[in-house]
Design a binder for this molecule. Structure first.
Ligand SMILES: [Mn+2]
Length: 330
């Protein structure tokens, strides 16, 4: 028996993403290639699916989230006229969302079982970089939280701030020469020299003391716990954001209370209400320069009535709408 592994890898290196067969909201699809990945038009926002959950410690399933988000998004279609979307209308907030903002779906980063996380992260990083090189804002749909590492790594030496919206710190011990997983990914990110600032919003619950206080890296994190968010409101969030830095916003859906968002691997009581998440995101987007964002840890297997995915999609639309008004797009 003979086979050529090299041939397979060579082929894969040509294509970064494959078609999801069902682009988000029916928007135009723009697949990414390592070489010659030019988009056929200009897009302000590019969605990218990362169906990867090897970074989950116990429960897999978040790899199916990008296609689940696409599936539920088919109920509100992208109306495209003269290369501009008419946007959507949100009855709950009486708001016209994303009018005139050009968007595309770049499909899913693809990978094969048997590849190392390093190989897969490399392809994720190249995909995010390809979108940025087009002057478009990457919106990454995970996947487990470890995929935020290659997203941040794609900035290379460019200074970036990270806003971590998550019930958990994801700051567990990081073994040497091991790819980050979803429980230690923020510790790995905090070691990247271009990461100038980390703001963690929505932390809560009882955690191991040694894990929480150990290590110099943790002291560099500015934190607003869920409790403080309630007592201080948006003033506390605003006070932490620097005007001169670009930010990546990472949204772990377990920041939302499990009563609203049960579809996630590590649910935790006493979380945010969905509308609190939206006001937090809008406050951030009105104050900071948004460079990229991700939404991770949706697990459709536990998502009765798809409510977690629905909340995630709604939150993303409000975040992106606010960012578009703040003229940080395009
Ligand atoms: Mn997380």
């Amino acid at each position: 028996m003979s086979y050529s592994l090299e041939e397979g890898l060579e082929y894969m290196e040509g294509d970064l993403t494959i078609s999801s067969q069902m682009p988000l909201c029916g928007m135009p699809e723009q697949l990414l290639k390592v070489v010659d990945h030019k988009f056929d038009r200009k897009y302000d926002i590019s969605f990218l699916g990362v169906p990867y959950d090897y970074g989950s410690i116990r429960i897999q399933g978040s790899a199916t989230a990008p296609d689940k988000l696409r599936e539920i998004s088919q109920r509100y279609q992208y109306d495209d006229q003269d290369n501009k979307t008419l946007g959507w209308f949100d009855l709950d907030s009486d708001t016209h969302l994303l009018e005139g903002v050009r968007m595309c779906d770049c499909g899913n980063v693809w990978w094969l079982p048997g590849e190392s996380p390093k190989q897969i992260f490399g392809r994720i990083e190249k995909s995010v970089a390809a979108i940025k090189s087009e002057g478009s804002l990457p919106v990454i749909m995970g996947g487990d939280h470890s995929i935020t590492y290659p997203c941040i790594h794609s900035y290379g030496k460019t200074a970036i701030g990270v806003i971590w919206i998550d019930a958990h710190a994801d700051f567990k011990y990081l073994p040497k020469d091991t790819a980050p997983n979803h429980a230690n990914v923020l510790r790995a990110i905090s070691k990247l020299p271009n990461v100038k600032e980390i703001i963690w919003i929505g932390g809560r619950g009882i955690v191991s003391y040694s894990n929480f206080k150990e290590g110099d890296e943790f002291r560099t994190i500015k934190m607003i716990s869920q409790k403080r968010l309630i007592s201080e409101g948006m003033k506390g969030v605003e006070a932490l954001i620097s005007n001169d830095l670009h930010y990546h916003i990472s949204i772990d859906v377990d920041v939302i209370d499990p009563n609203y968002a049960p579809g996630t691997g590590t649910p935790l009581i006493n979380g945010m209400k969905p509308d609190e998440l939206i006001s937090t995101l809008k406050t951030i987007a009105s104050k900071c320069k948004l460079a990229s964002c991700d939404i991770v840890e949706i697990n459709p297997a536990f998502d009765d009535t798809d409510r977690t995915a629905q909340h995630a999609l709604r939150a993303a639309f409000h975040l992106l709408d606010e960012a578009s008004h703040s003229a940080h797009l395009g």
